[in-house]
Design a protein around this ligand. Structure first.
Ligand SMILES: [Zn+2]
Length: 422
């Protein structure tokens, strides 16, 4: 049987002592400061970009001269340089231009440290629930063992770990292992039908086959009320702070509490996304979705765990935008799950899909009335679920012709893409 490599990321909760967590915090802050240092060096150096070699030399020299930079393991510093260079490469990518690399603010940056060399990790399983790994300068640490990692235990999956990254959220530090597992090659194309998916206004997901996928609110009524009180409290604490002074300990504690409630919601949303995208990838051979450029402002309005944004509720269209961010992640999940099963995900421009009648093609913004779509073309007059109408338009936009039985007549091929490791 032919085996193929499958790249994945596997997250495990770390069990760090207070001292170890402090070292990891210091490394993350140093990594972030190094990014800013590189950005300064790279962009303002006598009006010309610095070469990779020049940056590398600058890092080496800075490690001798700057105290805090020495806290960051050399490999992690190289990883920052690599990520920074990649950010520029993405910016100049003509197909999918990314945002221009910028300075990273102290609080609006995710705490993370790369451990690029897997062999230094020396991973071992110590019992049913825990594994151990070496982290540079942090030492030997324990992590929750939930699923076998490739190439570590006998009888576990074939493959290897290619690197890792430490990330911090409201619950503390986790380790993300980049894995490369050997799996059997696909024997045949996906037998399922095609589908268009619209992230609905009224429902979470509307499908062109007339069904929907929905979920309960991510937070219970009590949890939402708790969050609302915490947000008011943080506003009060911010208001009493003298201008220019750093946040008080009390304010920092309130931020941490807000961060934990939000992290609970995020985790539930991710669970639902995983379940739903697995089901969709199992069922459909071709999944057509709207191609969404996620606006910048989501990030600035929402803030991060350590510093939640201000006036979050007032930011116009925020809910839609946040659902856009979640949607982007959902599409990424579908892309690799679908590819694993021999299916495809196709992205199409979303313009007009919600205003156009799928039956006659008549476009009129007035046709959409909340959950109901009523075609204003007198010769057509189709009436139905607005989000499902949009989903059918999305499917049609991919240039697929679907016969009465729903068989796929035309199939577009899409390049198979592995997911990006976290
Ligand atoms: Zn119509």
């Amino acid at each position: 049987m032919e085996l193929v490599k499958q790249a994945r990321a596997r997250v495990a909760r770390l069990d760090l002592s207070a001292a170890q967590a402090a070292v990891a915090d210091g490394q993350a802050h140093a990594a972030h400061a190094l990014w800013n240092l590189l950005h300064e060096y790279f962009t303002f150096r006598q009006g010309r970009f610095a070469s990779l070699k020049e940056c590398d030399t600058a890092i080496r020299q800075a490690r001798h001269e700057i105290d805090w930079l020495a806290r960051l393991p050399a490999q992690a510093a190289q990883a920052v340089l690599k990520t920074y260079r990649q950010a520029w490469a993405n910016f100049f990518n003509p197909d999918h231009p990314a945002q221009r690399p910028t300075f990273k603010g102290r609080f609006h940056t995710r705490m993370a440290v790369d451990v690029p060399q897997a062999r230094d990790l020396r991973i071992q399983r110590i019992n049913r629930r825990w594994g151990e790994a070496n982290l540079p300068k942090v030492g030997r640490v324990r992590f929750r063992w939930t699923k076998d990692l490739p190439g570590v235990t006998r009888g576990g999956p074939q493959g290897r770990i290619t690197g890792a990254r430490l990330v911090k959220d409201a619950f503390g530090w986790s380790i993300v292992f980049r894995t490369e597992t050997l799996v059997p090659a696909l024997q045949q194309a996906h037998p399922g039908p095609a589908v268009g998916i619209d992230r609905g206004v009224n429902v979470a997901l509307a499908l062109s086959d007339g069904t929907t996928r929905e979920h309960k609110p991510w937070l219970s009524r009590g949890e939402r009320e708790h969050l609302r009180r915490l947000e008011k409290k943080s506003a009060r604490q911010r208001a009493t702070r003298p201008p220019g002074r750093p946040a008080s300990h009390r304010l920092a504690r309130t931020y941490a509490q807000i961060g934990r409630v939000r992290a609970i919601a995020k985790r539930r949303a991710l669970d639902w996304q995983h379940q739903t995208t697995t089901e969709l990838a199992d069922t459909f051979s071709l999944i057509v979705v709207e191609d969404l450029k996620i606006p910048n402002m989501v990030r600035s309005a929402k803030g991060t765990i350590e510093a939640p944004g201000r006036n979050v509720a007032q930011k116009a269209g925020l809910n839609r935008s946040i659902s856009g961010e979640a949607w982007g992640r959902g599409v990424t999940l579908m892309e690799y799950k679908s590819a694993d099963r021999g299916g495809n995900v196709v992205k199409v421009p979303a313009a007009g899909t919600s205003q156009t009648c799928h039956r006659c093609g008549h476009r009129d913004p007035a046709a959409r009335q909340g959950i109901r779509f009523a075609c204003t073309n007198p010769d057509c007059g189709w009436v139905g679920h607005a989000d499902i109408n949009a989903a059918i338009n999305v499917e049609n936009a991919a240039g697929t012709a679907v016969s009465g039985r729903g068989d796929l007549a035309v199939r577009r091929s899409v390049k198979r893409q592995p997911p990006r490791a976290a």
